[in-house]
Design a protein around this ligand. Structure first.
Ligand code: GDP
Ligand code: MG
Length: 453
């Protein structure tokens, strides 16, 4: 395999930058570019050692650096690897990379280091995918979820199920192929029991998929309401900055303003919308149409009401459009006297919170309500679950085959037929872990990575 190289640190100015080289020629190429100050030879360096020295492009000095050497198979990729840490300038790091490429390395593609780690058996596919989730994690809980996958939590469950299925397949094959030998008959009841165990283990991996996905991707949330109820003030209060313009003039917000905000351990992908009401203004009218569309599109709707006055025609127009399961009625302006009759709203909503967007109060109640609606609790973060659509599809397909095998046994199908179905379940698990998978799927998984990882 070729030797690859990339700048592994972000494409920005920083204290340090790291250029990574991996492959058979990694050490040889590092030696061509890097000269240790002590005169030691790079090719004599042992794994897990580093040297201080200078990076050169031919005879041109580039920067003083640290070189760290990893020897195969004890490296991230499983190959010989060299990492050069230089000053974190964009130009310096690119110049060192260019010198490395001149000496025979190739530009690494997105995720190629991790792909090599996978191909060299350092990680299974679920662990490799978790690496990207660790990089993308925005909070402690997301990081924990990704960490447990990288440590192989999903892999272990998948392995256990795969081993059980392999044993069943082995028993079935032995019994079918050597009928004259004294091999105990495979009992359909015992087989069914074993399949149910595998089913139960595998289904733990998809049970929490939806809440896990919401944690990773954030919940798309629309703030809607008639003009002047305080939607933009709530948006700013949640985003912690003056992002959306607030005035007491109705029709101020016309476009949709978006921001990702953290609410405890959850991310809301928040949209502030134009106040929904009848308007003759063409531009505002477009904003109102967009707001109405957001009600359907969003996974969560915060329907804002002004608590300081009774419900209006425009409020009532709006309540008829909402889906109450995914909507929280947010009664705003709780810092002033309540004039809104909450009983009128109970017909339309099941979830209520009182807030004062202006004084920043009630946000914790809002957070608790969101967690309740989406069943997000400590368990969500602790349970191991599929990390993406690809993994979920593999598990779902294995579960479907196992169900099919159980039904076949129930109606007394021949064991040969059942054998074929169980083999399909096994194949699905092997594609989950990446033990049997097409190159195209592997390429697709790693293309979502960043260059240098
Ligand atoms: P929007 O049209 O729904 O986006 O409403 P804005 O956020 O622009 O606010 C409309 C008016 O209500 C502004 O004068 C805000 O200062 C005021 N307002 C918003 N939230 C509160 C609140 O919690 N308490 C009080 N007393 N006034 C608020
Ligand atoms: Mg507004």
């Amino acid at each position: 395999m070729s030797t690859i190289a990339a700048v592994s640190t972000p494409n920005a100015v920083g204290g340090l930058a790291v250029i990574r080289i991996s492959g058979d020629k990694a050490i040889e190429i590092a030696e061509a570019v890097f000269r240790p100050v002590g005169g030691k030879k790079v090719s004599d360096m042992k794994g897990y050692t580093c040297a201080y020295g200078d990076a050169y492009d031919g005879d041109e000095h580039i920067d003083d650096c640290i070189l760290t050497v990893f020897r195969a198979p004890h490296s991230y990729t499983g190959e010989d690897t060299a990492e050069i840490s230089c000053h974190g300038g964009l130009y310096v790091s690119k110049k060192i990379l260019r010198a490395i490429l001149k000496n025979g390395a190739e530009n690494a593609e997105a995720g190629e280091f991790t792909k090599r780690a996978f191909l060299n058996g350092k990680l299974d596919l679920t662990q490799a995918e978790a690496v990207m989730d660790i990089i993308s994690a925005r909070g402690e809980k997301e990081l924990k979820m990704a960490e447990s996958l990288r440590e192989g939590a999903a892999y272990r469950t998948a392995r256990k199920c795969s081993d059980k299925l392999m044993k069943i397949l082995g028993d079935l094959a032995a019994w079918a192929d050597y009928p004259e030998e004294d091999i105990p008959e495979v009992e359909p009841d015992a087989l069914m029991k074993e399949l149910r165990e595998v089913r139960s283990d595998l289904s733990t991996l998809v049970e929490n998929y939806d809440s896990g996905r919401l944690i990773r991707e954030g919940i798309s949330t629309a703030i809607i309401g008639r003009p002047n109820v305080g939607k933009s003030t709530l948006f700013n209060c949640l985003s912690g900055c003056e992002r959306s313009i607030v005035t007491d003039i109705a029709g101020t917000t016309r476009d949709i303003v978006e921001e990702s905000v953290r609410l405890g351990d959850i991310t809301l992908r928040l949209s502030d919308t134009a106040g929904i009401h009848d308007t003759d203004d063409v531009i505002e009218g477009i904003g109102v149409d967009m707001a109405e569309k957001m009600i359907d599109k969003a996974e969560l709707v915060l329907a804002v009401f002004d608590g300081s006055c009774p419900l209006t025609e425009d409020d009532l127009y709006l309540v008829n459009k909402i889906n109450k399961d995914k909507t929280i009625a947010v009664i705003n302006k709780s810092d002033v006297d309540l004039k809104l009759d909450i009983n009128e709203l109970t017909k339309y909503f099941i979830h209520f919170v009182y807030v004062s967007a202006k004084e920043n109060s009630g946000v914790i109640d809002l957070k608790n309500m969101v967690e309740e609606i989406f069943s997000i609790n400590e368990q969500t973060f602790e349970n191991v679950s599929a990390a993406n659509e690809r993994q979920k599809k593999c598990i779902d397909s294995a579960l479907r085959s196992i169900d099919e095998a159980i039904s076949a046994l129930e109606i007394g199908e021949m064991l040969d037929a059942v054998n074929v179905i169980i083999d399909e379940a096994e194949q699905s698990i092997l594609s989950l872990t990446g033990e049997k998978i097409t190159d195209a799927v592997v390429d697709e998984v790693f293309s979502r990575f960043c260059v240098g990882k």
